[in-house]
Design a protein around this ligand. Structure first.
Ligand code: HEC
Length: 145
């Protein structure tokens, strides 16, 4: 084999290798967009209100909470406007399901108790699911949508 033939072969080999690489990269990119087209994108967790739950939460709220809570002004308990922005969902669930424990152990709840004339928030027998529904209602009232 003369040197020029070897050179041609090497050039050919490099070209083919390059082409194969490009094909692999391209097919990977296509796979991604295929997955996207099939709705297999990574889920985007939204903070949107679940209106179904909010509706159930409203019923629970009006039955159990309005005696002590308004939205726009202080009552026996704090005004609840904006509460979903100043507290985390986990904190809210605990406060609604287990107020006595929160007043005992949580610094924020403890401080609020003092601010609200040592009136403890009553345990209303709300389940975790009920609290979840109430939180959706509170989010709706906070104008999240
Ligand atoms: C007997 C009156 C009373 C009832 C009934 C009551 N709460 Fe309360 N709530 C309070 C008081 C008082 C506080 C302030 C903390 C404390 O003193 O225990 C409070 C605090 C809260 C907080 C924290 C507010 C903040 O700014 O962080 C939330 C949320 C809350 N209540 C939700 C509810 C929900 C939902 C219900 C109905 C299931 C309910 N409460 C029923 C009296 C009540």
């Amino acid at each position: 084999m003369n040197p020029s033939k070897i050179k041609t072969l090497i050039t050919l080999f490099i070209s083919v290798a390059f082409l194969v690489c490009m094909l692999i990269i391209n097919s990977c990119a296509n796979q991604n967009s295929d997955a996207e087209a099939a709705g297999l994108k990574a889920p985007v967790y939204s903070n949107a209100v679940d209106y179904n739950k909010a509706e159930k939460g409203k019923v629970l709220f009006e039955k159990n909470c309005v005696t002590c809570h308004k939205f726009d002004s202080r009552s026996t308990g704090p005004a609840l406007q904006g509460v979903t922005k100043r507290r985390t969902p986990d904190w809210l669930i605990e406060m609604i399901v287990n107020p006595a424990e929160m007043i005992e152990n949580d610094a924020t709840a403890k401080a609020m108790l003092a601010e609200y004339n040592n009136v403890p928030m009553a345990k209303m027998g709300i389940t975790e699911e009920g609290a979840e529904n109430i939180i959706q209602y509170l989010k709706k009232m906070d104008g999240e949508n």
